[in-house]
Design a protein around this ligand. Structure first.
Ligand code: FES
Length: 182
């Protein structure tokens, strides 16, 4: 039987051939599909495993023991817990208080200057006297104090999860200082 000619086809064009994939071509397409499937499956499993182990920040315990009261000299800012706990301990004639080392301006860490008897912030120049009260620079309020008590074993216990703010009248609340006159 004579084949019908395609009326759309130009005389110089080759006749269309039916698609006839080779065995090799078929296998490579199959391989790519398998790779894509495996990748997608592994990605999904990875996402599920990631979901089982969410990002968790392990904050250090806010409560720490700071030794015995007799370990501290009078009218001295003790810096032994500045780095590890972000806390200065100060002993005055009535007892102890624990100051936060976070500047109340923008959060830098001031330095204690014993010769000038003040904390001086290196970032924008705020100054705080030994009690933590701000006296110069842009800091809008005093340093914060942490809860301080005496533990059953006779050691000073500081709890950084409880904060006392002078401008809110909290420095007179129990726990804002530890009375000790021995
Ligand atoms: S952060 Fe301390 S003065 Fe600005």
């Amino acid at each position: 039987m004579a084949q019908k000619s395609d009326p759309q086809r130009q005389p110089h064009e080759e006749p269309l051939q039916p698609y006839n994939p080779t065995r090799r071509g078929f296998l490579s397409v199959l391989g790519l599909a398998w790779l894509a499937f495996t990748g997608a499956t592994l990605g999904t499993i990875g996402a599920m495993v990631r979901f089982l182990f969410p990002n968790v920040l392990y904050e250090p315990n806010p409560v720490f023991r700071a030794g015995y009261p007799s370990d501290y000299a009078l009218d001295v800012v003790d810096e032994r817990f500045k780095q590890s706990q972000g806390t200065w301990l100060v002993r005055d004639k009535d007892g102890f208080y624990a100051l936060s080392t976070v500047c109340t301006h923008l959060g830098c860490t001031p330095n204690w200057l014993p010769s000038e008897l003040k904390f001086k912030c290196p970032c924008h120049g705020s100054g705080f006297v030994m009690t933590g009260v701000n006296v110069e620079g842009p800091a809008p309020r005093p340093l914060e104090r942490y809860k301080i008590t005496l533990g059953d074993d006779g050691q000073i216990v500081v709890d950084r999860s409880q904060v006392f703010r002078q401008e809110k009248g909290q420095w007179s609340l129990p726990g804002s200082r530890l009375n000790y006159t021995a």
